[in-house]
Design a protein. Structure first.
Length: 231
């Protein structure tokens, strides 16, 4: 039952079906439940939110990536699938916000760096951080370094989380670290990074404080960094 529902979520992300009114990319499934209805059904059946997010929505998107890489899917298909994931996340969000014990773990600014439009992974990290008790301000996509640092200062954030999915944009993460240094804020604000092309080594190279491979790792790294007296 549980596995079957999760499998259907993956399949509907692959088909880019937000809801029952959508057709599928490869076949016409109109009328059958889409991602939004299936996520709701999973929640109603007590399937935990992490399973829905990582084994359902995120796994579906990974498979979309593979299809793109093999030339089976094209950019419009990726976009349609991204919209389906987004529809599922909307249903999930109210269920995650109340899960953390409080919002007392610290304030985090999240952003996808300049010239990068990928936001599914970042949104997932934002939602999961919120769910585990962080106070998250999400600045969206294509955000210049100066704007990120400005917001961190205004919001008195203790942590900045940066996302990049392109080899050509991951370098923009370093600008955020440099901008913090220039403004004399580097000691006060930690920086963590993530996204497929990034790594622990890259984090060390640009002087960031941590790297997270997925949304679970993001929580672990954030908790570790902010437990050092910043609470
Ligand atoms: C969906 C998608 C798109 C969508 C994005 C829609 C959206 N709203 O996000 C659209 C169609 C817009 C798109 C466009 C492009 N894309 Co694209 N896209 C993808 C795809 C298929 C999936 C990405 C995704 O959502 N993954 C699912 C999420 C859940 O995973 P994730 O992002 O990795 O996030 C997880 C972790 O990385 C981590 N994480 C992420 N952020 C953070 C942040 C922190 C702080 C931490 C701790 C952790 C963390 O946690 C997340 C959750 O577990 C990937 C393929 C792939 N294999 O990744 C290509 C991919 C990233 N795209 C690629 C390319 C080339 C492009 C385009 C240049 C294509 C083009 N010619 O126009 C454009 C660039 C647009 C731009 N300027 O940004 C390449 C990048 C190659 C590279 N390494 O440079 C990829 C790898 C596809 C490929 N194999 O060629 N894309």
């Amino acid at each position: 039952m549980k596995e079957e529902l999760i499998e259907r979520i993956v399949e509907n992300v692959l088909q880019g079906r937000r809801d029952k009114d959508d057709e599928g990319i490869e076949e016409d499934y109109a009328g059958e439940p889409g991602v939004a209805e299936l996520v709701q059904e999973a929640l109603d059946n007590g399937i935990d939110t992490n399973t829905i997010l990582l084994e359902g929505l995120s796994k579906g998107m990974e498979q979309v990536g593979q299809k793109y890489e093999t030339g089976e899917y094209f950019i419009p298909d990726m976009l349609t699938a991204a919209e389906a994931v987004e529809a599922g996340m909307k249903i999930m969000e109210p269920h995650l916000a109340g899960e953390g014990e409080s919002e007392g773990k610290g304030k985090v600014i999240m952003a996808t760096v300049e010239k990068d439009l990928h936001d599914i992974g970042k949104n997932l990290v934002s939602i999961m951080l919120k769910g585990s008790g962080f106070n998250v301000v999400d600045l969206g996509i294509d955000v210049p370094a100066a704007r990120i640092v400005e917001a961190a200062e205004e919001e008195k954030a203790e942590l900045i989380g940066l996302s990049a999915l392109l080899n050509t944009t991951m370098v923009n993460m370093e600008d955020v670290v440099r901008e913090l240094e220039n403004k004399g804020l580097r000691d006060k604000i930690k920086v963590i990074i993530g996204g497929a092309p990034t790594s622990d080594d890259f984090a060390a190279e640009i002087g960031a404080d941590g790297y997270g491979k997925d949304a679970f790792a993001a929580i672990r790294v954030a908790e570790k960094l902010l437990s050092g007296g910043n609470k």
